[in-house]
Design a protein around this ligand. Sequence first.
Ligand code: COA
Length: 259
Amino acid sequence: MTEPVLVETVDRIAWITLNRPDAMNAINTAMRAALPAAIRAADADPAVRVIVLRGAGERAFCAGADIKEFVEVPSPTDYRQQRIHESWIAAFDQARKPILASVHGVCLGGGTEIALACDIRIAAEDALFGLPETGLGIITGVGGSQRLPRTVGLGAALDMMLTGERIGAARAREIGLVTRVVPRAELHASTAALAAHLAARPPMAMQFAKEAVRSAMDLPLRDGMRLETDLITLLLNTEDRLEAARAFREKRPPDFTGR
Ligand code: COA
């Protein structure tokens, strides 16, 4: 059986590929188990500094939950288990390293939710985002209703959630759903260049920057300011901070170790 998720680590970048191209990389039960495991493994791997998520095949990043698995109503036991267990998307929130979503083609439902759970979203010009769930008689299930308004604001989020309409890459950038749009043919190279750029930066500063900014969505300002002070105090005691200052003085590129 083909693996639902592929992982390849090259030059400190873990490339995680949603790998069901014949089903537009729809999220089935196997992928729902393999994806968080891949994120956790990459986050724990000292050889990895940046994680990239992408979709296999020409047509899609991810077409959302596998609708073919929707036909059966879950048994009360399965349903209870789902409510007890932490959602698989929590792996994204718990990851300390930066996660990039590299989106081409169809990115609907859970696909948009996965992209929203990543830290930076780069899209090809052919990318199509949308949350069609309400048309299926449900709503988003892995954070879309919470992350979308935090990312694009209440108005654009309600528009997308209630209408289920798809939006293209240009509109997605306009509302802040993605921050970078590139021609389809350049998506891989642009993603690789951005990932390499992030991987060359001081790993602890990257992780703490992510923690600080993400916390801004949850914390009152005073607590967020306190967290920032704590995090910068920790960073002031790192070797990488001294390496950055030395490299600047010596007019050479820095070599960060993550210590
Ligand atoms: N779940 C399961 N299979 C899916 C899927 C999904 N979410 N999205 C696409 N596929 C499968 C199709 O069933 C088809 O496989 P098949 O030929 O073996 O049946 C294959 O992917 C290609 O999709 P197809 O519909 O033939 O391509 P299209 O270009 O006509 O349409 C989409 C593409 C993505 C617009 C359409 O497939 C679609 O609307 N999918 C559902 C998206 C959605 O609502 N996701 C949210 C779920 S909560």
